[in-house]
Every structure is written in C-alpha cells, then in structure tokens.
Design a protein around this ligand. Structure first.
Ligand SMILES: C[S@@+](CC[C@H](N)C(=O)[O-])C[C@H]1O[C@@H](n2cnc3c(N)ncnc32)[C@H](O)[C@@H]1O
Length: 164
C-alpha cells in the first residue's frame, strides 16, 4: 500500500497513539491508506484498543485503500472504519480523543476543522504539511482553543503535534 509520509512522521503518529491509548481517532485524508492511516492502525492493534475513523473524498483513493487493507492488512480492519466523505460533514468527530489532519490544500478548511475539533473533546491534534500554506493560520486557531505545541518535525513539509 502506498503512503505519503516519511518514517519519522509515521513514527511520531505511531508513538503518540501508543502512548495516549486513544479510544477514538479521526483522520482527514486517507489517500492510498499506507501512510498515516497504517501508522495509527498498527498502534491501535498493538494497544489492543481503539478505532480510527478515516475520511477520504476521492472515490478512487477510498476504494484503493479499502482494497489494500482487505488484501494486505486484513488483521487491521477491526481497528479502522473507512468513510467516503468530507471530514467536515461529520460533526461527531469532535467527540474523538485524537485527530490527524492531512487533507486539502486549503487554509480555510484547516481553520474550520480546528474550530470544530477545538470546541469538542479532541485533546491531541497532529497536523501534516505544517510548513505549508494550509497550516498558515493553524497556530492561531489552536491557541484560541487552548492547545500547546508539543512537537514539531522539521521534515520536508513539516508535522506538528498539539495538545491540551
Ligand atoms: C496528503 S493526502 C493524505 C495522505 C495520507 N494521510 C498518507 O499519509 O498517505 C490528502 C488526501 O485528502 C483527501 N481529501 C481532500 N479533501 C478532503 C476532505 N474534505 N475530506 C477528506 N479527505 C479529503 C484527498 O483526496 C487526498 O487523498
């Protein structure tokens, strides 16, 4: 299965899920399923606890990811629900323990996600492409909702872990 993240980014995701033992993780941007989705699912499996709800709007990517897990990682399927849907349309994502944002190249979309997650129970947020324009105003929105920057990875496009 193909995935878009480098090893150090995948490790940060895996280790955070292992350490915090979240019951519910939500993710914006599945793509082919072999990047962040796989890192979360492996950690949940190792925790023997939790569920990842991953959202993807592109039918081709959604189908490819689902098929990839059925064929190559079926053991992880109990820990993942794949949604062919816009992350923002699922307001109950604010009830999750942890969120991973790796969706569209749109700063206003990122801001809207953070404002919904921030008024809910989500205490841990990982943002991929932290150095990119889509996260340009993210610090401001995260700060408004009481999150503190815990870890920042200086990878090609960057990754940041915020918690409250
Ligand atoms: C950077 S890729 C995700 C990479 C993936 N997390 C990985 O580690 O391999 C971004 C994905 O977000 C999807 N996407 C775009 N808008 C979305 C939305 N509103 N809700 C959910 N997914 C979306 C795109 O189709 C694309 O597959």
């Amino acid at each position: 299965m193909e995935g878009q993240m480098c090893d150090v980014e995948r490790r940060l995701i895996y280790n955070t899920v292992r350490e915090l033992r979240p019951e519910v993780v939500v993710e914006c941007g599945t793509w082919m399923g072999g990047g962040s989705t796989l890192a979360v699912a492996r950690a949940l499996q190792d925790n023997k606890l939790g569920k990842l709800h991953t959202f993807e709007t592109d039918l081709g990517f959604y189908a490819s990811a689902l098929l990839g897990y059925v064929q190559e990682q079926a053991v992880l399927l109990p820990f993942i629900t794949f949604h062919l849907d816009d992350f923002l349309t699922h307001r109950n994502m604010a009830n999750a323990d942890m969120a991973i944002l790796d969706g569209p190249e749109d700063m206003y979309y990122t801001n809207a996600c953070l404002d919904i997650l921030g008024v809910g129970d989500v205490n841990t947020i990982i943002l991929h492409d932290w150095k990119e324009g889509k996260c340009a105003e993210a610090s401001h929105h995260l700060g408004l909702h009481g999150y503190i920057l815990v870890t920042e990875l200086d990878t090609l496009t960057g990754m940041a872990l915020w918690q409250r």
